[in-house]
Design a protein around this ligand. Structure first.
Ligand code: LLP
Length: 431
């Protein structure tokens, strides 16, 4: 949970920093990332896998949730490996000092140059499909080999938003089970490719444990088949997917509970198949960083539609948090500038973007707000910064890392100059 409290000025503090002071210093909107919460989640995952899994294990941070230098550096310091899905994420992890054998390169359509970048860096490449496999066959040589894993579609359903399911058979990700034996046979012919593992990812923001119980058996079965083809499979990667609490009513399993189920079921599946334990890998994103951030906004205009609703608009919205409009995600809100004021109003917190769907929270319980009040939205660490855009040419916010009363800027706020940096005016249009 977030290290947050209310101070004597009745303001919200995160990491012992007054949110109003942070906004004063770094501007609004502002992503406020609590280092303690992030590190604690990293430690919980690592300790749980050590405790519950008798074999070797590796916890990876799925950096798509929030990829920037500081976050990669923290995950790395906590002993996590890093999952990247593009040349850009790979570059960031390398620049953050992550060693290449602790980087796993995912993605369903890595370009030729991204694959080349992965081979040159010497990271593990998680091959998603035939196109990538054949391209790797061409790009690798005995002098520039690649260590790979294979992503398979496990055929496991889960209950989450349609857009973030990945394990079902009709998914764009991974090799279809029908293709796998042919893939194994192909790899045995490729002297520059060493396939050390299998990977699957079921989906995201999942509260059930059953899908991950089932996944172990699926992976172990395919591991046995791959070994029959002579592939030196020693790693099974169960992906990420553990959900977090966005609102009171959400009740996800804890990191420890999830890890225990994943570990126990991998052990069981291996025992049932009478095979030795693989190195067990998991790659959570959301559950590592989601709860560690609050986004601070400043209240601007308000509008009451008589008898219907009051809108209060903030200085950001779908450009810094596209999740409500994309997945109908529900957030809660804290009145950071008047924490103990009675929650007497029902207010729809609207974004500043030019479409009606740009609402941060529908019908939130809030105190009477005035323009200039600061509100804070918890649990914005995952897929907010990383999916932020410049829609309506709004500059992306800054991000600060807070801990023990100290605040360090980790992402600068974009400037007006940044907004037009890549624009070019053909000479005949120049004024
Ligand atoms: N591994 C793979 C291969 C993945 O595709 C993902 C997420 C993860 C790990 C991490 O999953 P997590 O532990 O974070 O659930 N933008 C969406 C979520 C997309 C998830 C994409 N893949 C959202 O905001 O809900």
């Amino acid at each position: 949970p977030l290290s947050a409290r209310v101070n004597r000025q009745d303001h919200l503090e995160v990491g012992d920093c007054d949110v109003l002071d942070l906004v004063q210093e770094f501007g609004s909107p502002l992503y406020i990332l609590d280092e303690f919460t992030l590190r604690t989640a990293c430690q919980q995952y690592r300790q749980a896998f050590k405790q519950f899994y008798p074999g070797d294990s590796l916890v990876m941070y799925a950096s798509k949730a929030w990829n920037c230098l500081a976050v990669c550096a923290i995950a790395n310091q906590e002993g996590l490996a890093i999952d990247v899905v593009s040349g850009g994420e790979l570059l960031t992890a390398l620049k953050a000092g992550v060693s290449s054998d602790k980087i796993y390169f995912h993605g369903n359509n890595k370009s030729r140059s991204e694959l080349q970048q992965g081979i040159e860096a010497g990271c593990r490449i998680v091959v998603d499909n035939w196109h990538e496999l054949r391209t790797l066959g061409i790009l690798t040589t005995p002098d520039t080999p690649a260590t790979i894993l294979l992503r398979l579609t496990p055929g496991i359903e889960c209950h989450t938003h349609e857009y973030i399911k990945t394990g079902h058979i009709d998914s764009k990700f991974g090799f279809d089970p029908d293709q796998l034996e042919e893939v194994f046979a192909y790899i045995t012919q490729q002297t520059a490719l060493t396939c050390i593992g299998l990977h699957a990812h079921i989906g995201s923001q999942i509260f059930e444990l059953q899908p991950h119980k089932d996944l172990s058996a699926v992976l172990v079965t395919w591991m046995e088949t791959a070994k029959r083809y002579g592939l030196p499979i020693s790693e099974l990667d169960v992906g990420g997917g553990l959900g977090i609490r966005y609102i009171e009513a959400d009740d996800p399993p804890s990191i420890i509970d999830w890890a225990k189920v994943v570990c126990d079921h991998m052990v069981k599946a291996c025992q049932a198949a009478n095979v030795s334990l693989p190195r067990l890998i998991c790659e959570p994103g959301r559950s590592l960083i989601g709860s560690a951030c609050v986004t601070a906004y400043t209240i601007g205009s308000q509008k009451t539609v008589p008898g219907i609703r009051t809108y209060a608009s903030v200085d950001g919205g779908m450009s810094d948090n596209p999740r409500p409009i994309t997945y109908q995600s529900i957030y809660r809100v804290l009145a950071a500038s008047k924490m103990s004021a009675p929650l007497s109003e029902t207010i729809t917190l609207a974004g500043k973007h030019c479409e009606s769907g740009d609402v941060v929270i529908h019908d939130a319980q809030l105190p009477v707000l005035e323009s200039g009040d600061i509100v804070a939205i918890p649990a914005t660490g995952a897929y907010n910064y990383s999916m932020a855009s410049n829609y309506n040419r709004v500059p992306r916010p800054a991000a600060v890392l807070v801990n023990n009363g100290q605040a360090s800027l980790i992402v600068e706020r974009e400037t007006d100059a940044d907004l037009i940096r890549y624009d070019r005016l053909p000479s005949y249009l120049k004024v």
